[in-house]
Ligand binder design. Structure first.
Ligand SMILES: C=C1C[C@]23C[C@@]1(O)CC[C@H]2[C@@]12CCC[C@@](C)(C(=O)O1)[C@H]2[C@@H]3C(=O)O
Ligand SMILES: O=C(O)CCC(=O)C(=O)O
Ligand SMILES: [Fe+2]
Length: 344
C-alpha cells in the first residue's frame, strides 16, 4: 500500500542523487567538501552549560500542564516513563548499526532515488547548504522489506520486524503525546475530533541517522540546523549525545539525554496548528571523535492531503490554511523560509 506522504515527496524531488555519503571510516581527515565555515560555530558557549531542556514524566498527574509549558518555552523535551519496551529500543539501534556497517557498495544499492523518499542517502536538507554533512541516513515509510531484501537477501526479516514493531509503538506514543499537548489548548469539538482522527489516517516516517566517528569534529557538522516538518518528532539517541537545540537569547543548547528517555520536539505543523504558541524548534547534530553515533527519529503527521491551519480560538490566524502536501512542496523549495511564506 502506497503511503500518501511518499507520494507527496515524489512530486517534490530534491536534487540529491548525485550526492552520496562518503565511506567515512576510511577517512583520516575531514575532506574540504565537509569542512564548514567557522561562522557555523559548532561550539556551545560556556554560559549554556547549565541549561537543559525539560524532562517530563509521562506518569505524572500534571502531565498536560508540564507538556504544555515545555512546548511553549522550549519546544523540545525529554520524556521518561514512555512505556516503550527497552528491548525494542535496543533492537532498532542494533539493526540500524547493522545496516550502516555494511560495505558502501552494498548501501549504495538502496540509494534513495531522485523522486523517492525512502532508502539510503544524504539528508533531504543537504542541497540548501554550502557543505556536506558527516552523516548518512536511511528513511523508512511503512514497510522496509523492498530495501531490506536487497541488503540482506537471506536475513532481511529481523530488520523489517524491528522497524515495523518500532513504528507501531512510536505511532501510539506520538499520538498520545499529540493529544496531551493539545489538551492545554482551547479547541472546539470539531477540532478535537479532527485531532483524534489523525491516528487512523496518519503519515509517518522513520529516519535512521548515522554519524561516524570524525577525526576533526569541530570543523564539520552531523546534521545542519533545521526544523522538522511534521507535527512532532520522537528521537531515540541510543545513549550518545550530539543533538543541540537553538533557543533565542541563549544560543545552542546541548541535549544531554537521560538514560532510557526519548526526546520529543515540536515540528512546523504543530507550530501552525497552535498559531505559533508552540514554536517549531531549530536543532542540529554535532559529531564526536571516538564514537559512531546512531539516532532514530520518528516523524508523526496527518495524512498528506489533510487540510490544516491554526485552530480557531487562538486569536487572529498567523498562517493560512493549506494541505500538508502543499506545505511539503513549499518546504522542499524554500526550507526555513516556508513558515514565513504561508504567513497571513
Ligand atoms: C517525513 C520526513 C521528515 C523528513 C523528511 C522525511 O521524508 C523523512 C526524513 C526527515 C528528515 C530527517 C533529517 C532532517 C530533515 C529536515 C530531512 O532532511 O529529512 C527531516 C525531514 C523533515 O522533517 O522535513
Ligand atoms: O541525530 C540527531 O540528534 C538529530 C536527528 C534529527 O534532527 C532528524 O533526524 O531530524
Ligand atoms: Fe530533526
Amino acid at each position: 500500500q502506497m503511503s500518501t506522504l511518499l507520494e507527496a515527496y515524489k512530486d517534490d524531488p530534491v536534487q540529491l542523487h548525485h550526492l552520496i555519503p562518503l565511506d567515512f571510516p576510511s577517512l583520516r581527515a575531514v575532506p574540504e567538501s565537509h569542512v564548514w565555515p567557522e561562522s557555523y560555530n559548532f561550539r556551545v558557549s560556556p554560559s549554556d552549560e547549565n541549561l537543559s531542556i525539560p524532562i517530563v514524566d509521562l506518569k505524572d498527574p500534571n502531565i498536560a500542564d508540564n507538556i504544555g509549558r515545555a512546548c511553549q518555552t522550549w519546544g523540545i523535551f525529554q520524556v521518561t516513563n514512555h512505556g516503550l519496551p527497552s528491548g525494542l529500543l535496543e533492537d532498532v539501534e542494533y539493526e540500524a548499526r547493522r545496516l550502516f556497517s555494511l560495505p558502501v557498495e552494498q548501501k549504495r544499492k538502496v540509494l534513495r532515488s531522485p523522486c523517492g523518499a525512502t532508502g539510503y542517502g544524504c539528508a533531504r536538507i543537504t542541497p540548501f547548504f554550502p557543505k556536506l554533512m558527516w552523516h548518512e541516513g536511511f528513511t523508512v515509510m511503512g514497510s522496509s522489506v523492498d530495501h531490506a531484501r536487497v541488503l540482506w537477501p537471506h536475513g532481511y526479516k529481523r530488520f523489517c520486524d524491528a522497524m515495523d514493531n518500532y513504528q507501531k509503538h512510536m505511532k501510539t506514543l506520538a499520538h498520545n503525546l499529540f493529544l496531551t499537548i493539545l489538551s492545554s489548548l482551547d479547541l472546539s469539538e470539531p477540532e478535537k475530533n479532527w485531532a483524534a482522527a489523525v491516528y487512523d489516517s496518519e503519515s509517518n516516517a522513520l529516519q535512521l541517522n548515522s554519524y561516524p566517528a570524525c577525526p576533526d569534529p569541530t570543523r564539520t557538522i552531523g546534521l545542519a540546523p533545521h526544523t522538522d516538518s511534521l507535527l512532532l518528532t520522537i528521537l531515540h539517541h541510543c545513549e550518545t549525545n550530539g543533538l543541540q537545540t537553538f533557543r533565542d537569547g541563549f544560543g545552542w543548547v546541548p541535549v544531554h539525554q537521560v538514560s532510557g528517555a526519548l526526546t520529543v520536539n515540536v515540528g512546523d505543523l504543530l507550530h501552525i496548528l497552535s498559531n505559533g504558541k508552540f514554536p517549531t524548534v531549530c536543532h542540529r547534530a554535532v559529531v564526536n571523535r571516538t564514537r559512531h553515533r546512531i539516532s532514530v527519529a520518528y516523524f508523526y503527521g496527518p495524512r498528506a492531503d489533510s487540510v490544516f491551519g491554526p485552530f480557531s480560538r487562538l486569536g487572529f490566524p498567523r498562517y493560512r490554511t493549506l494541505t500538508l502536501k502543499e506545505y511539503i512542496g513549499i518546504k522542499a523549495k524554500h526550507l526555513d523560509k516556508a513558515l514565513s511564506l504561508i504567513t497571513n
